[in-house]
Design a binder for this molecule. Structure first.
Ligand code: UT7
Length: 321
């Protein structure tokens, strides 16, 4: 990973503001989720606009120009349009003329799925440098009359530049899993082929995310622990070898439970969800960029990344920085 970058829109949505929108309270939200505020994009912002800012920062950090990128993968479940891909808009806006570009939808696991895909493409010789982005404008698929979900989600993007490197450096492993049987735990029914856009979708807010929070919570803890242990065992490393654990930022209680079960001290678990909420595919790359900015890891350190989301999908990656 030769470059990291993130971007979140400046506008905030606080717990106090949410108190005026639905029957909730700052104390409930803080106690049950740990979230204080979320960033919200202005109306008609494109997901690729957030991805563009994060990508520019990651490219500047890597010290390379857009024309040196061979592959662009954008993990998102809130694309600019159904087609073409957000990655193609990003390619155009960046002027990354040489790159081939594609989107990948694995909801909150979108970044880890995209990282795994780009890593495999580089290993297969399909390019030497990849831009891997997680970007979301979840505020466009949030029902601000549903207190179960509207307190959770925010907008943002994070980007990573991947480059060919010797074995034993960079992305050491990726482990991915899905269980479509449990799709009804988190889904947004409207706007696809089953319920195309129309009056039914608009009247019933079917474009918005629906979630069975409690069951999702339990799955998130179990699956992120399992897949993190899989990464450690595969690489024959102990949790004490990990300098920093960067889990998907969905709920403070989920992060604490996963950290506890893995036996990692709080100081080695990265948390920023109090300022961004759940940004889905953007959460892990935003965490990476912020952790580096805060000096939370150094070159050569081992990082463990883990995610969980709709699908269900979950995954982990072990990375030598
Ligand atoms: O990124 C993808 C993965 N997503 C996640 O991992 C999210 C996982 N789930 C969660 O983070 C939590 O389940 C929530 C934060 C969504 C909910 O917390 P919970 O502790 O699981 O609460 P609950 O759903 O069991 O609801 C408990 C009570 C209910 O009231 P009753 O039925 O006991 O009277 C809810 O109606 O809390 C109520 N409630 C609220 N009260 C105040 C639900 N949302 C709110 C709210 N404010 N915003």
């Amino acid at each position: 990973m030769i470059g990291l970058g993130m971007y979140a829109p400046p506008k905030t949505l606080t717990n106090d503001e949410l108190e005026k929108m639905v029957d909730t309270s700052d104390s409930w939200i803080m106690e049950r989720t740990g979230i204080k505020l979320r960033r919200i994009a202005e109306p008609r912002t494109a997901c690729s606009d957030l991805c563009l800012e994060a990508s520019k920062r990651a490219l500047a950090d890597a010290g390379i120009s857009p024309s040196e990128i061979d592959i662009i993968v954008v993990g998102t479940c809130t694309p600019d349009m159904p087609l073409p891909s957000t990655a193609c808009f990003l390619q155009m806006k960046l002027g990354a003329g040489r790159a081939y570009a594609l989107d990948l939808n694995a909801a909150c696991s979108g970044f880890l799925y995209s990282l795994s895909a780009a890593d495999a493409m580089i290993r297969a010789g399909r390019g030497k440098k990849a831009l891997v982005v997680g970007g979301e404008i979840l505020s466009t698929v949030t029902d601000y009359t549903d207190r179960n979900t509207c307190i959770l989600f925010g907008d943002g993007a994070g980007a990573v530049v991947l480059s060919e490197c010797p074995d034993g450096e960079g992305v050491l492993s990726c482990h991915l899993h899905s269980d479509g049987n449990l799709w009804e735990l988190i889904y947004a029914p409207g706007g696809g082929t089953v319920h195309p856009y129309g009056p039914e979708v608009a009247e019933n807010r079917m474009h918005a995310i629906r979630m069975a929070g409690n069951e999702t919570f339990k799955q998130a803890v179990t699956r992120m622990v399992e897949v993190s242990l899989e990464a450690l065992q595969h690489n024959r490393v102990d949790i004490s070898d990990v300098a920093l654990f960067l889990p998907h930022q969905a709920n403070m209680r989920i992060i604490n439970a996963v950290g506890k079960r893995l036996g990692i001290s709080e100081g080695r678990v990265f948390v920023n969800l109090e300022r961004y909420g759940n940004t889905s595919a953007a959460s892990v790359p935003i965490a990476l960029a912020e952790a580096r900015e805060q000096g939370r890891f150094a070159k050569g350190d081992l990082l463990l990344l883990a995610s969980f989301g709709a699908g269900l999908t979950w995954g982990s990656a072990l990375v030598r920085m």
